[in-house]
Design a binder for this molecule. Structure first.
Ligand SMILES: [Zn+2]
Length: 248
């Protein structure tokens, strides 16, 4: 296989031997890839700092045709997000982005729009001025991720009976979105949905800029609960970072 160039975000690394590491990378060109970075002095000199978590790199890969790991032959740092390390809510949110991409996307299934969205989200989270926008920005990322993977929650019609739902009283992860007053009692996993949170979900789904608005604490907290429950249901387990996002 000829060498392939890609732009990659480092999602996870583990030591493979004393001189090599396995890295999970989210690439714009190929989607998620797992690579072996062989080491020795070369690893320390050219790879080590490039393979820090959440570093954006230009990489060169030798792709494996089937199964196995790709071989990473070059990695150069393009961008880091140093602002993340100074504020825990932003850092946990960024780790959550990496966890969802690492655990939920398929290898060799590119989603360039989701790649760009992840980078944009990390840039916002790393901005010291993000403040209370951390939570809504993360929700916007989750909604884009869900859409790209085919799991957009239904927000304008009841997810159970598909009747128009102007003021849905509840959200059901198993139904796949909001549920109307008639269907809600039959959805055992329903959780109450306030009109303000419903409106926030609609706006954050529709617009890439709606997270910039000053969402109040109650809505931010409810958004976190709704999205966290939905993601947990779809993944089949609670993301490790999810408990650290409460209150963001
Ligand atoms: Zn219904």
């Amino acid at each position: 296989m000829p060498p392939a160039n890609a732009t990659a975000l480092v999602l996870r690394t583990t030591d493979w031997s004393e001189t090599s590491r396995i890295a999970t990378l989210w690439t714009r060109e190929f989607g998620k890839v797992r690579v072996l970075a062989k080491g020795g002095r070369r690893l320390r000199s050219s790879f080590e700092s490039a393979l820090d978590l959440l570093t954006l790199c230009r990489i060169v890969l030798l792709r494996k045709s089937s199964g196995g790991l790709d071989l990473l032959t070059e990695a150069q740092v393009v961008r880091r997000f140093p602002g993340l390390s100074t504020r825990l809510p932003a850092l946990y949110a960024a780790y959550y982005v990496a966890e969802l991409l690492a655990d939920w996307t398929e290898e060799n299934d590119p989603h360039p729009h989701l790649f760009d969205e992840a980078l944009d989200a990390l840039g916002t989270l790393a901005d010291p001025a993000a403040g209370e926008a951390v939570g809504p920005r993360l929700v916007r990322f989750e909604l884009v991720l869900l859409r790209e993977l085919g799991y957009s929650p239904l927000l304008d019609v009841c997810a159970a009976c598909h009747a128009p739902a102007d003021h849905p009283p509840a959200f059901s992860a198993s139904a796949g979105g909001v549920v109307c007053a008639g269907c809600a009692p039959r959805q055992r996993d329903r959780r109450p949905l306030s009109p303000a949170c419903h409106e926030a979900l609609v706006q954050l789904s529709a617009s890439g800029d709606a997270w910039r608005r000053p969402w109040g604490y109650a809505v931010r907290a409810e958004l976190r609960q709704v999205l966290g429950g939905y993601v947990t249901y779809l993944l089949g387990r609670r993301p490790r970072l999810l408990p650290y996002l409460q209150g963001s």
